[in-house]
Design a binder for this molecule. Structure first.
Ligand code: NAD
Length: 267
């Protein structure tokens, strides 16, 4: 039985993860960690997730849980994730990383940790979105330079990064398929007299409103026809189920950095 701890345990994803991990067959939920200043520290994590009391209090530091878990599922903040990656690497603990918005140095911390321990990192752990990555890559290969590609996403008002990690990953799946470099072709902002659309550009647009869990659309617009691939998440359980599935899959792997495409056999 794989023993799981959850970082970011009091958050929106954290509570969904507590629910799924506590109810899953092949894993045992042993703890959850949130920011030490959180007013949720010491609260029963089952009660917070709507499960009723399960006798596991929220802790304020990963150190308190070392020795009790095999895998950390981390959906917290970029700073916390980078620190946790170094701790997990040192102890050989496997890690599932869902946190998005990591800057270069924080990503490097996760990549370095993966030299010592298996880590699965994905901007989106839902099965449907990962299927969309594959479909986007196939569509880009078939339609190629004939079409203009635009990516749009919508999320709840509290999301702090933009464009979403999933939108960027969709962008990467088409630029990889088309041998383009995302940094060279991405357009994140349009205002004023912007001129003609560069042929190979990939435009991103973001909506932040209400409690939208996560919508993504990639558009391939040609002359006379248009292909659109859309995914809509209606609650967070799909991400949480994917993350727990990744934790189980990682258990048989050697050190390295994996993603959800690997877990689903789509890579
Ligand atoms: P949230 O703000 O509701 O939750 C984040 C939690 O992390 C908060 O409870 C916060 O107190 C806690 N936290 C802050 N510092 C911490 C620390 N040092 N140690 C432990 N916990 C700490 O956010 P959310 O909506 O749950 O999203 C969390 C992250 O997951 C974001 O980066 C989001 O973009 C990402 N996300 C990823 C996926 C995916 O499938 N990969 C899906 C949804 C959200």
């Amino acid at each position: 039985m794989i023993r799981i701890a959850i970082a970011g345990g009091a958050g929106r994803m954290g509570t969904a993860l507590v629910k799924v991990a506590h109810q899953a067959k092949d894993v045992k939920l042993v703890g959850a960690i949130d920011h030490p200043a959180s007013n949720k520290i010491s609260n029963d994590i089952g009660e917070m997730a709507g499960l009723g009391k399960i006798g596991i209090p929220m802790t304020g530091s990963i150190e308190e849980l070392l020795g009790t878990f095999d895998t950390l599922i981390d959906f917290s903040t970029p700073e916390a994730t980078a620190t946790n990656a170094a701790i997990c690497a040192h102890r050989g603990l496997t890690m599932v990383v869902g946190t998005t918005g990591l800057v270069k140095e924080q990503l490097e911390a996760v990549r370095s940790a993966a030299h010592y321990t298996p880590i699965c990192m994905a901007s989106n752990f839902s099965t449907g979105v990962n299927l969309c990555f594959k479909l986007a890559s196939i569509t880009a290969k078939v339609l190629g330079d004939e079409v203009d590609i635009e990516i749009s996403e919508a999320h709840h008002r509290d999301k702090v990064d933009s464009p979403s990690g999933t939108a960027l990953a969709l962008g990467a799946s088409v630029t990889n398929a088309l041998n383009r470099n995302l940094d060279d072709v991405a357009i994140y902002r349009r205002a004023g007299l912007i001129g003609e659309r560069p042929k190979k550009a990939i435009g991103f647009s973001s909506i932040r409103a209400g409690d939208i869990v996560g919508d993504h659309t990639i558009l391939f617009a040609g002359d006379g026809e248009l292909v659109e691939i859309t995914h809509r998440a209606s609650n967070r359980l799909a991400f949480a189920r994917g993350a727990v599935r990744a934790a189980i899959w990682l258990n048989q792997k050697s050190a390295g950095l994996y993603d959800m495409q690997d877990v689903l056999g789509l890579s």
